[in-house]
Design a binder for this molecule. Structure first.
Ligand code: CP
Ligand code: NVA
Length: 303
């Protein structure tokens, strides 16, 4: 099977470091070679997206390639054609598939049946392209990765999972604080622990105050992810007010701490307006870094 990027674990720590170095150089002005010249990728998005979609479309064009954006409601998928059949057909036409899906298993089906590289543009389990940009942002803002402490406050799902894996592979200490019952999946925590060096700390907590104590980075994500809308009221009552990133929680971190959010943000829920718009927030640079990181990723896969 050709190589895909469904999880942060699909690259080695060395490859991850190289990817970040390449992304840094691209951001500083290095013109990447046109590795996608003559190639066409498909972007199959079963959920909405602003950043991931647009940054991939731009990245593909800058690298000399073309991209066809595919919505589920315009494909025979909506009329019941199996995903594995869709994958087999797409694989005959395109050179790769960038896919945003509900079930992670669907990415595995796409990879197995298409025969072309599949890139995870977000699933219920992981958001590895986001983690690449996040690590690039931490390195850019703090000047290093190893020894940095990141506190993730919120839901222990896709974004948190990819962060756990990326941090463990890059020597970033990570403290995750979720309400009880919303902790990251055991298999991800185990995989992160297996990848972490002896000096790298990984802690799964239920106390946001404890997690942010002494942290260099405070990171949050929405309380109601795409696909969780039916549980919205219940989730908000569990997460609020304690798991909100606000000025009080921020005051417990290092004075130099930066605030990160994958976006889109829900002001007044996981983060307050003043913190999101405040001087500690690096969310717009973080969003920009999606483009540079994905150019590096595509160069790695197609170079
Ligand atoms: N962070 C992120 O993946 O944003 P989009 O949902 O807009 O792509
Ligand atoms: N956890 C969020 C991330 C959005 C980029 C979701 O899955 O909706």
């Amino acid at each position: 099977m050709v190589r895909s990027f469904l999880s942060v674990m699909d690259v080695s720590p060395e490859e991850l470091e190289n990817l970040l170095r390449e992304a840094e150089m691209i951001k500083k002005g290095k013109v990447p070679s046109k590795v996608l010249e003559g190639k066409v990728l498909a972007a199959l998005f079963l959920k909405p997206s602003t950043r991931t979609r647009v940054s991939f479309e731009v990245a593909v064009r800058h690298l000399g390639g073309d991209l066809i954006f595919l919505r589920e409601d315009e494909l025979q998928l909506i009329r019941g054609e199996p995903l594995k059949d869709t994958a087999r057909v797409l694989g005959r036409y395109v050179d790769g598939i960038i896919a945003r899906v509900y079930r992670h298993k669907d990415l595995e089906v796409l990879a197995e049946y298409s025969g072309v590289p599949v890139i995870n543009a977000l699933s219920d389990m992981e958001h590895p392209c986001q983690a690449l940009a996040d690590m690039l942002t931490v390195k850019e803002k703090l000047g290093r990765l190893s020894g940095v402490t990141l506190a993730f406050i919120g839901d222990g799902n896709n974004v948190c999972h990819s962060l756990l894996l990326a941090c463990s592979m890059l020597g970033v200490n990570i403290k995750v604080a979720t309400p009880k019952g919303y902790e990251p999946a055991e298999e991800i925590v185990k995989a992160a622990l297996a990848r972490a060096s002896l000096e790298t700390e990984i802690q799964i907590l239920n106390s946001p105050e404890e997690a942010v104590k002494g942290a260099d980075v405070i990171y949050t994500d929405v309380f109601v992810s795409m696909g969780d809308e039916a549980e919205a009221n219940e989730r908000l009552s569990v997460f609020l007010p304690r798991f909100q990133v606000n000025r009080k929680l921020l005051s417990l971190a290092k004075p130099s701490a930066i605030v990160m959010h994958c976006l889109p943000a829900h002001r007044g829920e996981e983060i307050t307006e003043d913190v999101l718009e405040g001087t500690c927030s690096v969310v717009w640079d973080q969003a920009e870094n999606r483009l540079h990181a994905q150019k590096a990723l595509l160069s790695f896969f197609y170079g």
